[in-house]
Design a protein around this ligand. Structure first.
Ligand code: UD1
Length: 369
């Protein structure tokens, strides 16, 4: 197949390109090489496979999108602005790129036959994950009140003040959108599934959990926590941990994400649905900070700042039963293994640590409390 990956020069897109090339597909990437991710005045990233045809262009540019779609059989839509914190002050930009860019793509797609559309959705649309109450019943986590967070009371409780215990979150959990980024990801997913259904484009939405691995932009202070911690440690700065560091996430290797993306193209029963793509395991942020420091051989203790980052949730990790059953997805790389490979790659990387500046940016807008 001739396949287009929007955002194909980025972290996830470039790994999916490798996976698709290995399966004998032809791959084109449409990517604007955003300076926040690729650096100012960036050209083609060296990690991008030589067989990927790169079109430099913006997802909001109808003419660039038309060019990129020429002769294409399937599309992966990954082009997005991706920072939760930043989305809370760059509202117009996030909405234009993520929601508007998806609209431009879909407008063009309805004019052409397509065998499959796969959209990168996100665990962010759940807000809080699923919980279990003291009486054993499932409980959809509610957003924590600012009052509670100001008291450094981080955990979720039921109406009687009893602690709720986090459970793996299935796709059936009701979305609860707590940032502009999450809202835009929900929009992207729904728009693609809706237009896919209306125009008979077999469409699959993949709700990625916390993806980590090589090629994640180290100098982007709004990227995922592991790349941020890596940039801090490489500069001998202490990782900065929000809340008490006991919040839990599901860290999934980018290679397993690439596997799920390929399966979403191939699996016959996948169309019309959304799937969680995670590892199915949960780690605290303190644990991942310690694991990364140990693997990198840095003796820098993290700084637990006891502050809440507006838009953050306490716990969310994936129930991956649906992806296992329908896609045949099977996570293959543990966090430990993935971190060893990440550490080896980091040896040859330079990281501008812009985290302190980004923290000031959030604090000055009242977005950390
Ligand atoms: C969010 C989105 C996810 C998105 C990802 C990358 C939610 C629920 N999920 O995940 O869809 O793909 O961002 O944009 O919105 N942390 C620190 N110190 C740091 C950075 C982060 O302690 O320097 C903490 C955060 O407070 C959070 C955890 O680490 O508790 C994970 O943060 P992050 O990597 O930004 O991802 P999520 O917010 O889980």
């Amino acid at each position: 197949m001739q396949i287009l990956i929007t955002g194909g020069a980025g972290f996830i897109g470039s790994h999916v390109a490798d996976e698709l090339l290995r399966r004998g597909h032809r791959v084109r990437a449409l990517d604007n090489l955003s300076p926040q991710v690729h650096g100012a005045g960036a050209s083609r990233p060296s990690y991008l496979h030589a067989d990927v045809e790169l079109i430099k262009g913006d997802i909001r540019d109808r003419v660039a999108v038309q060019r990129a779609l020429s002769g294409v059989d399937a599309v992966y839509h990954f082009a997005s602005a991706v920072g939760v914190g930043q989305s809370m002050y760059e509202i117009e930009h996030y909405t234009a790129v993520n929601n508007g860019g998806t609209a431009v793509l879909l407008q063009e797609l309805i004019e052409r036959p397509l065998e499959r559309l796969i959209v990168a959705s996100s665990m962010s649309l759940y807000g809080e994950g699923l919980y279990r109450a003291a009486d054993g019943t499932a409980h959809e986590g509610q957003e924590r009140s600012l009052d509670q967070l100001r008291r450094a009371d981080w955990d979720l409780r039921d109406d009687d003040g009893r602690l709720l215990e986090p459970l793996p979150t299935p796709e059936s959990k009701t979305p609860s959108l707590s940032s502009i980024y999450a809202l835009s990801k929900f929009d992207q997913e729904r728009m693609c599934l809706m237009i896919g259904r209306a125009y008979n484009i077999p469409t699959v939405a993949l709700r990625f959990f916390n993806v980590f691995g090589t090629r994640q932009a180290l100098s982007n202070p709004y990227t995922g926590v592991l790349a941020i911690f890596a940039a801090r440690l490489m500069n001998n700065n202490a990782p900065f941990i929000f809340e008490d560091g006991l919040q839990r996430r599901d860290f999934v290797s980018v290679y397993d994400i690439a596997q799920a993306c390929r399966l979403a193209l191939e699996a016959p029963g996948a169309a019309g649905q959304a799937f969680n793509v995670g590892s199915g395991r949960a780690y605290t942020i303190r644990e991942v900070a310690a694991m990364l420091a140990a693997i990198l051989g840095r003796r820098v203790e993290p700084e637990i700042c006891g502050k809440y980052r507006v838009g953050d949730i306490r716990h969310c990790f994936a129930d991956i039963t649906r992806a296992r059953t329908v896609l045949g997805y099977q996570p293959t790389i543990t966090l430990e293994e993935g971190l060893v490979e990440l550490a080896a790659w980091l040896q040859d990387q330079a990281a501008d640590d812009r985290v302190a500046q980004a923290s000031r940016e959030l604090a000055s807008r009242g977005l950390t409390v």
